[in-house]
Every structure is written in C-alpha cells, then in structure tokens.
Design a protein around this ligand. Sequence first.
Ligand SMILES: Nc1ncnc2c1ncn2[C@@H]1O[C@H](COP(=O)(O)OP(=O)(O)OP(=O)(O)O)[C@@H](O)[C@H]1O
Ligand SMILES: [Mg+2]
Length: 504
Amino acid sequence: MTKVIEIIGIGKKYPGVVANDNVNISIEGGSIHAIIGENGAGKSTLMKILFGLVKPDSGSIRVRGEELNLKSPQDAIAKGIGMVHQHFMLADNATVLENVILGSEPTGALGTIHYAAAREKLTEISQRYGLEIDPDQLVASLGVGERQRVEIAKVLFRGAEILILDEPTAVLVPQEVDELFSNLKGLTSNGLTIIFISHKLDEVLQIADDITVMRRGTTVANVHPKETSKKALAEYMIGGALPEPHPGESSRGSDKALKVEGVSFTDHDGRKVINELSLDIFSGEIVGLAGVEGNGQSELIELIMGLVKADSGSIEIVGLDASVATTRQIRDAGVGYIPQDRHRDGLLLGASLWENRVLGHQGTAPMADGLWVNKSAAKSDSERIVSEFDVRTPSINVAAHALSGGNQQKFIVGREMAGAPKVLIAAQPTRGVDVGAQAIIWNHLIEARRNGAAVLLVSADLDEIFKLSDRIAVIFRGEITNYLDPKKATPETLGMAMTGEKIA
Ligand SMILES: Nc1ncnc2c1ncn2[C@@H]1O[C@H](COP(=O)(O)OP(=O)(O)OP(=O)(O)O)[C@@H](O)[C@H]1O
Ligand SMILES: [Mg+2]
C-alpha cells in the first residue's frame, strides 16, 4: 500500500493555545485510520486544516505525493477530500436526492438541473458502496443512522476518495454503529481512505487499520489495533492509568423527587409520542433511561423541564406541578438540566464561559443579586468548574466556541451540577468527552446521588447506563415497558427490551 496522505509538521496556534504542534501522520490508501486523543488534543483542528477550513501556521500536507495549498473546502473537495461533520447539515424539508445534489447540481445546457442524471449517479453510488438510501424520502422522516448515510453519500457524490469522519458514532445506537462500520468497510474495499475520529476505544480497536494518538496538540503514538489494548490506548491518551468510577452503594431515600403519572403527549405532526407514561425517581437514586433513539426520550425530557406541555397526566418535580410551572420555575426549584444538544440548548457560543455560567441560573443565588447578575460569583464559580471538571481553556473569559467539543460539555455538566440540585436531568452527559473526562463526570453524578439528588440519566451509551444506574427503565414507543436491574441484566437482555420485547 502507498501513503495517500502525509501530514508533516503541522502547527496551529490560537490566542493562548497551541492547538496543533508538529503533527506528523502518514495514512495508507484504502485504510481506516483512527485518530484518538483527549478533549482539546487538537483532532478537529487538524481535520479542519485537512479540509481547508483552517489555515495552518506551519507544516505541509501531501496528498498522493502532491503538496496541498488549500484556501477553502472547495479546494479540498477538488483534491478528493470530503468531510462529514458531527452535527448534521441536511435540510429537513427536502428529499434525500435534493440534499445530496445541493450545491453541486449537475446542470444541462440551459442551466437546468439534471435530476435524472443525478438520480442515476446517486443510485450507482449507493449500490457500489452498499449505502442503503431512498432518494425520494424526505430527510425529516429519517433516523440518525440514515441521515448519516445521506451525509456520506453527499460527500461521495462530490467525488471524495478521502473521507474525514469527526466522531461519527457519538449519536448512533449500537446497531447503527454496526451498519456504519459495514458501510465503511465497503468504502475501503473500493479503495477509499477513511479518517475516523472517536472517543470510543472499543470501536476504534474494532474498525481501525491504524491508530494515531494525539495529546496536547501533538502526535504521541502510532499503533496497530492488534498490537495494543484499550488500557494501553487510554494511557497514551491521558498519560496515566484509566480512571474507573466507584458507584458505591445505593443511597435511595424514601421520597419521590420526580413523579410522572400517566402522561401522554402528541407532537406537532399529530403523532402520540408519549403514551400514558409513568416513571418515579426517588431522591438519592439514579434511574437510567434506555431506548432506541426516537422512542420518546427527548419529549419526556422536554415535558419534565416544562418546555412542552402534556395532553394529559401529571408531572410533579420537587413538589412543583410541571404542567403549570415554567422552565424557569422548575430550574429555580433545584433542577439541573444537561441538555442533549449542547450547541442548541446548552451554550451561547459567542459568549464567554463566565457568562455561560449564568445562563439558565439568572434567577437564583449565587448568580442573582437582587435584579442584578452577580458577576464576581459567576466568575469565581466558573473558575471552580474549570478546575473541578478539568475544563481545558486558557481562561474563563474566552468565548465558548473556542473550546473543543468535549470541554464545552464538561463546562455544562459542571454548571448544572452546581449548588447540589435536588433533581438532575442528564441527557447524554458524556457525549463526545474523552475517557478521562468521562470518569470525572461519572464520579460527579455518583456524588450528586450521594447528596440526595434524583438523577434521570438518558444515554445511548449502554455501558454508562449499566455502570451508573440503580434501576434501568426501558422506553419503547413512548411507554416504559420494562425495569431492569443493572446487576442482573446483560447487554443482550437490555438490547431485546429496547426493541420492545417484554423481559420478565
Ligand atoms: N476557533 C478557535 N479559537 C480559539 N481556540 C480554539 C479554536 N478552535 C479550537 N481551539 C482550541 O484548540 C484546542 C484544540 O481543539 P480541538 O477542537 O482541535 O480539539 P479536539 O481534539 O477535537 O477535542 P474534542 O475531543 O473535545 O472534540 C483546544 O484547546 C481549543 O480550545
Ligand atoms: Mg473535536
């Protein structure tokens, strides 16, 4: 095999941070090359450089022996480089075909769009690589795994031979991950080259041909999956042993801090997405909510947080009637909320970290001081979060967008756990964080439970559900269909329950 990509001595500085420092990686043609590393290690920055989104300060990149001088993603695409971003960028109200051709429409003589030709090309791509997609389906009706296939098809449509996937599995359930992996194998057996970024070490060991580890902006190791282990990878990444959570004994109290009774909810498309659902959580207890994406998890969270109102049934949260309380009142009563989409609901990306500390907490001490925001409290508490949650940032005055994805997440978790919440709604709390930070967040969730919080843990990571939950509640088609004991259940029984089978 030949080296298709050579990354040589790449460096990139931002104010106060060295994002990339003498990065060297060679990538074989037709292989899957994984890049792993702790949050803020510089992985996304490097990929943005390779895709022409960010200009490096130093170093060079060669593709098939030719030195690249990328001014924009268009230049990268012209060289056969494509990128699938972690946050999907598809238009919901358009079909798969329309989304795929958007921006690179094949046109006829009079500038008309040549749909028939585009459809033929897309069908050919989907057959050749085993990417199952229906060109005429509306994107709005697709699940996450299908959307991702459309994103991949879109990149292939533009002639990409090198595919960059930045954390493609973060939002997928296990079965979708298997499908993605078989798609990726289909691509490499056709000679394409894939760069794959992930925090999930098991996956990396399963799928990669080569693994590069980055730490603090630079490449620290290059290993073959067969010659390494999860433990060894974690040690390269964080420069020490992999921390383990210590769940300890259950500390369940006698009062129910969260009571959901017979709640139904119909969404704006008229679908009954929550169906007479009941769920109680005691103080001092972690209940893990497991389910295949799209079975009502998001709506249940929105109902509990007062963001939408139920058709019927009742929700009581720390003594408040959530059917009449506002989100602000619910938060002010002592409810922490880690939202699943940190960019949409968790942060003001343009505002500083300390201003983001205030977000959602303007109503209560110590952030509120009469009608004013207590700036110095916000600043000092931000400093505390940065140190306790190991948020890597030059200071609390930088804008949230300047932090790496995982570090943004650590900051949100720290904010929502401040002030000993009585109820904590934690949706995908460790999505996109590295193994070290994951252990830190796990230990904080366990500590919140010990301090008497009722914790609703919603997670697509079944390992996380097993490790932290006192009880596992399975949600299927808007109902809680099973309760499982994490000490007795296996991943297989949980998987069966998640697809609707009754487990005794
Ligand atoms: N636009 C920017 N302005 C300032 N600093 C930035 C910017 N983009 C990235 N950085 C900094 O560069 C460093 C590397 O960030 P990068 O996003 O590449 O990390 P990462 O390895 O992808 O991490 P994660 O696993 O959390 O996604 C971080 O310290 C980050 O704060
Ligand atoms: Mg990143």
